[in-house]
Design a protein around this ligand. Sequence first.
Ligand code: GLY
Length: 344
Amino acid sequence: MTSTNDIRRSFLDYFGSNGHDVVPSAPLVPYNDPTLMFTNAGMVPFKPYFLGESVPPYPRATSVQKCVRTLDIEEVGKTTRHASFFQMCGNFSFGDYFKSGAIPFAWELLTGSQADGNFGFDSERLWVTVLGDDQEAIDIWLKTGVPRERIQSRGFADNYWSMGVPGPGGPCSEIYFDRGPEYGREGGPEADEDRYLEVWNLVFMQDELSTVRSKVDFDIAGSLPKKNIDTGMGLERMAALLQGVDNIYEIDTTKIILDRASALTGVEYGRDEKSDVRLRVIADHARTCAFLIADGVLPSNEGRGYVLRRIMRRVVRNMRILGCLDPAMGELIDASIASMSPQY
Ligand code: GLY
């Protein structure tokens, strides 16, 4: 089995050997950025470089960034792919390469052979999307070897990326893996995003946004000083695909925590969907608590501390509903630490 840690290593090695500085993950509490509650994307620590506010010490970087997103917290455990804590693999160009560099890099790492340290995907099962008629991106994909029928055009809701707040943004091109007919209908990501799972987002970071009202309603104040690249490949999603499991809660690193919750509650995983959802929520949330506390957030009545408190409460509540009335947080945090310490 390809471990999550091996995938992480392969990603950093690939971009490291292609001229990128390997940068450690920044903390979950963004430094000096009042617009954000938590680091929620790989590009967050690099925002000043994109905006031209400071000079990057390297033209290219790569990282695996720990992230917390709580907007979709109600979806955690119910879908195959929602998590409050996740790790985002990224490669970044600060005015160095642009579309014609980013697209072949992603393609080579995805489709190159595992014997050479790549991910070994069958290229025939990969689809890509671009924003509207981004002909430049379409032409590069065609040249890279993706046939026209597996390149789809989508609108701003899907193929424009911003932080959701004023700052850098740009059109993007996404890569999807076809999990097969048992997961949904034919027709590419435009038809079914469960069957066609998004694995990698390549953002052509070129605009400065002054206002962001929604994903499709924002104002572009002008161009960024340079054309940049920001990409995001979800490590847990990639691990689920390469490990052949159905969802991100069953990959090696998360399953350790889920199994501990199962042992503590005496509830077997895989018997009843409702209990499974609770076990997945516990596994996801316990790890989020461990990482937030490690980065200096403590439970409180406001701001980040309140978010942590809510997440902790959801862990405790679900443990109790599953029958564990004893304090269990410490055990679940220990399991999270055991699972994640090889990487952190
Ligand atoms: N910054 C690109 C992404 O998070 O998908």
